[in-house]
Every structure is written in C-alpha cells, then in structure tokens.
Design a protein. Structure first.
Length: 324
C-alpha cells in the first residue's frame, strides 16, 4: 500500500501574506497546525521545500525542528534541499541536530536546482552555478562522514577540512532522496543524477513523470543501484505529485493561479500544460491516478496541493486515499 506525505506550504504562505503579522498567523495555522493534522489523518510524512533567495519561503531545517515538537511519529523530509548553497559542516551539524530532536525521523531530499532565478541565487551566495552538481556530490561525501562521527580530514576540489568533527551524529543516518524531473526514457537519466543515485540514493523522488515513464525510470534506478553493489530493493520508490481535488475546470484554474504565483518567470499555462504537471479534478480522477502510480511501483507519494485552501485539500485527499 502506498505511503502518503504532505508538502507543507512554506512558500505559499509567504506569497499570500501581505504583512508580517499575516505571515506569523499563517505560519502557525498552515504549517505548525497542519503538520499534526496531516499526522492525525494518517499521512506518514510531512515535507518542506528549500530556497534562500530564488523562491522565498521559511527556512526548511528550522521549520522541521519546530514541526518535530508538534508531532509524534510522522517522518520529516526536505523536498528538496539545496546543500551546495551551504557549508558542509553546517549542513551536517543542522541535520544531525534535527534528527536528534525528532528522534530519528528526518529524511534528506537533496537537489541542485535549475533556472535563471536559481543561478542568481547561487551567484548571490558566492557559489558558481555551474559547479552546483559536483559540489553537491563532494558535500555528500563529507556530510556522511561527519554523520558517522568520524574526525574528518578532507582535501577536495571544493572543500578542505582538517580533523573536523561535529561531536555527535544523528539518531539514525537520515535516508537521502535524490530527485529527478521529466526525462526522455529512451535516453535515460542524466549521468550526474544516475551517479548520485547509485552512490548515495536511499530513495528516488521524481516529479512530472507519467506512470509509464515512472515505471521505466524505476527499473533503471534499480539496475544502476544494483550495479553499484547496493540493494535495489532498499531504495524507496517515491513520487512528488501536484494535486488539486475539485470540479475539473475549477481545479485546473486553481492550479494555473498557483503556478502563476509560484513561478512568475513561466508563461501562463494552457489547460493541457497544467495537466502535464500533476493531477487535477474530482476525487475519482485523483484516486485513479494514484492507483496507476502504485501499479508503476511508487511506494511513497509526496503530495503538493497547488491550491490556496490547504486544509480543505488535505481533508479531501484523506477521504479518497487509504492513508489510515
């Protein structure tokens, strides 16, 4: 049976708040109160996105630390975090702290980001955009060594450490989820994603794939994880899925308005372009799509509701999905 996760609207509340006091109220109502509601409704995980400058939102790791105090057992994940924007020692320290505070509930979805706004973000933070992939890979090497409690000496292309230790590790080593966007199944995965998944991936977290492409992609993931000498069955086949539940035309319009706010550099999407980004429509359509992804091999579905009323969408989804 599929496990469901819920993406907390840490960017949406920023975009829809006209004042600091409004944002404060929405932080409590739509983040700190929504996480335990999702847990009570049977969701097994809650997730947050990341951006420092490109797509303003609440900082992810401190947000999850606050959520950890409001929940009991639900897993806490990043979907996804951009570690190359930070120093690896700070990342190790913060993530180990978060995992300790949550009692071993943290899952680390990591990525590199793409697009002109992300390039500007890297530039403003003093990190060359074109180096973000190899920096991420080297950072993961350093990070996992620091998590293991080792005293780390590292002389790499991007990072140098001498006898460095954060002094403690996470309660459990957080599983690392590697994202991917749409790709041509005939050409396969881009090499950096394939290599990152083979070396570090404990979960695969794609977005924007049809069930058919998901199935072929998952077969490839399992193949190159096995080729790397790791157990392919230990990898969590996850999926990041945009959803709006409602009357078909209204659901499409809600999603379009969300994308217009969320991605201002995009042109306004046609109905067909909106449909290509997720599942939007009545409960029966959403339930059928989830069944198709489950048949394709997905075992964890992280849902982002591309709509304003998060509470209503969460309850509608819980009614249609077997999340108990």
């Amino acid at each position: 049976m599929v496990r469901f996760g819920y993406l907390l609207p840490t960017r949406g509340i920023v975009l829809t708040s006209e004042s600091t006091s409004t944002l404060t109220a929405k932080t409590r109502a739509d983040v700190l109160e929504m996480a335990p509601l999702a847990e009570a409704l049977g969701f097994e995980s809650v997730w947050v996105g990341d951006s420092v400058l490109a797509k303003p939102r609440l900082e992810p790791l401190s947000t999850l630390a606050a959520v950890a105090t409001r929940t009991e057992a639900v897993d806490l994940g990043t979907a996804v975090y951009l570690p190359a924007l930070r120093d690896p020692v700070h990342v190790a320290h913060q993530t180990a702290t978060l995992d300790q505070l949550s009692g071993g509930r943290f899952s680390f979805g990591i990525g590199v980001g793409i697009g002109p706004d992300v390039a500007a973000e890297y530039g403003n933070l003093g990190v060359p955009y074109e180096e973000r992939g190899p920096r991420t890979d080297e950072l993961l090497e350093v990070l996992t060594s620091l998590w293991a409690g080792e005293s780390v000496t590292h002389d790499g292309r991007f990072y140098e450490l001498e006898d460095a230790s954060i002094g403690f590790g996470p309660a459990r080593e957080p599983p690392i989820y590697v994202p991917s966007a749409a790709f041509d199944p005939d050409e396969g995965f881009p090499a950096p994603i394939r290599d990152r998944m083979a070396t570090h991936g404990d979960g695969w977290l794609p977005i924007g794939l049809s069930p058919e492409t998901y199935a072929s992609g998952l077969a490839s993931v399992r193949e190159f994880v096995a080729d790397a000498g790791r157990d392919p069955d230990a990898v969590d086949p996850a999926l990041y899925l945009d959803v709006v539940i409602g009357e078909p035309d209204r659901a499409i319009q809600e999603a379009r308005e969300f994308y217009d706010r969320y991605y201002p550099s995009w042109d306004t999407l046609t109905d067909e372009e909106v449909r290509s980004h997720g599942v939007f429509g009545p409960p029966s359509r959403v339930a059928a799509a989830i069944e198709d992804y489950e048949a394709a091999g997905a075992e964890t579905v992280v849902v982002r509701f591309t709509a304003t009323d998060q509470r209503a969408q969460l309850r509608r989804f819980a009614d249609l999905a077997p999340v108990d």
